[in-house]
Design a protein around this ligand. Structure first.
Ligand SMILES: [Zn+2]
Length: 59
């Protein structure tokens, strides 16, 4: 079963789910699909658990 992580944009508060395999490393920049805000992916993780799942996912 593939894990999902919850993402939350710190700029526009868009909230969505994604699979870690479709995302870059947590220290790489990521663009919000709604407002285009660019930050390290780690800042889009909604909770500490989501951040941990992202960090543990192979990429
Ligand atoms: Zn946004």
């Amino acid at each position: 079963m593939e894990a999902f992580v919850e993402l939350l944009c710190p700029e526009c508060t868009k909230h969505w789910e994604a699979t870690p395999a479709a995302l870059p490393d947590t220290d790489e920049s990521f663009d919000c699909p709604d407002c285009g805000e660019r930050r390290p992916l780690s800042e889009f993780a909604r909770t500490t658990r989501d951040l941990e799942v992202l960090r543990e996912a192979p990429s």
